[in-house]
Design a protein around this ligand. Structure first.
Ligand SMILES: [Zn+2]
Length: 349
């Protein structure tokens, strides 16, 4: 039927990610056009248009609105292309493997270096992805096989070492120099400081995920070379709650469990925080800036700690002017002098 009055018109929308949808269909032309005008009047950023054929067929498409998009908008409209990246991940424990499983699937991931000093133990099984039959093997080897099963084309190298181990300093420098992005999923404060120092030295961005004791919530942090260091962030947050990693219950103690002051997090809460870390990493890998350095997401209402569950808190954290690690204007000589002065003050305190 060529009578335009009888043609069915649809209203289409293109969202910020370039995805196109049919908003509604079955209209006469004038109605479809007035709906588009109405949407336009609400100053939506999204693109609306009307057409009288199925969108796929295209030729009858009438674009009622065309606006030259800014560079920034074009960047968000078209799926961002990320250059191939070499990821450096330290820690493939229960949280690390969950982040790895997500980021290894990232289209930009081209190479991954996995670092972990530990053997897979029986007590790991309940919160990890590997079966009891894997007990006794190195975690990095298991993690490597996991990645290769998903993405056989990836280059995956492993290093059996603890981050910060001076015996492997050269290897860490070599890896950090070629890596594009760091993922930190290690236990313990010294390891986090050591990874921060390594990434800062080689001016590489990185993320850190921390599950709080009992899985009541967790932090994800994004670090960039020109931003605050881990020391700045840790002192800013002055955490009143201990993280699970800081006082990990010692299951390996023979003769019964050691007294536990913290409750281990569930695999579910670990997966939530790992997912957030992977999401933050994906954004940072595209070069997108965040409006926070650290994000806290509560998962359980915990009297005296968290008022409610599922509540996010964003912390934009500045560099501490006193920070010896990352003070903006500190060159090596300044750093030496600052350290000497700090030690001097301690001696005379
Ligand atoms: Zn700092």
């Amino acid at each position: 039927m060529s009578d335009s009055k009888a043609a069915t018109w649809s209203v289409h929308r293109q969202d910020d990610n370039g995805n196109r949808f049919v908003v509604a269909t079955g209209f006469a032309e004038s109605d479809a056009r007035s709906i588009v005008k109405e949407y336009d009047a609400r100053s939506h950023k999204q693109l609306y248009w009307a057409s009288c054929e199925a969108f796929e067929r295209g030729p009858e498409e009438v674009r009622l609105r065309f606006r030259e998009s800014s560079k920034e908008e074009r960047r968000t409209l078209s799926p961002a292309r990320v250059n191939p990246m070499h990821l450096l991940q330290v820690g493939v424990g229960s949280g690390g493997i969950a982040v790895l499983d997500l980021l290894a699937r990232h289209p930009a991931a081209e190479a991954i270096t996995l670092v972990d000093p530990d053997v897979y133990k029986a007590h790991n099984v309940v919160r990890h992805v590997f079966p009891p039959s894997a007990v006794g093997r190195m975690k990095v080897e298991l993690a490597r096989e996991w990645v290769m099963a998903i993405r056989p084309e990836l280059r995956v190298e492993t290093l059996v070492a603890a981050v910060g181990d001076s015996q492997h300093a050269e290897a860490f420098d070599r890896i950090a120099a070629v890596a594009d992005f760091g993922i930190c999923a290690v236990d313990g404060e010294p390891a986090k400081y050591a990874f921060d120092a390594l990434m800062r030295k080689h001016r590489k961005p990185w993320t850190l995920g921390e599950v709080l004791s009992g899985g009541i919530g967790g932090f994800v942090h994004g670090f960039v070379p020109e931003g605050p260091c881990y020391g700045c962030v840790a002192s800013f947050l002055k955490r009143s709650v201990t993280t699970d990693e800081e006082k990990a219950p010692d299951y390996s103690q023979p003769g019964g469990p050691a007294p536990e002051t913290t409750v281990p997090a569930s695999k579910t809460s670990i997966a939530v925080i790992a997912g957030l870390q992977a999401q933050l990493a994906s954004r940072m890998m595209k070069g997108e800036a965040s409006d926070f350095t650290s994000l806290l997401l509560t998962l359980e209402r915990t009297p005296g700690v968290f008022e409610e569950a599922f509540r996010p808190f964003k912390f934009p954290i500045p560099r501490s002017p006193e920070c010896l690690i990352c003070r903006g204007d500190a060159g090596p000589a300044d750093l030496d002098r600052a350290l000497a002065e700090a030690l001097d003050r301690l001696r005379h305190a």
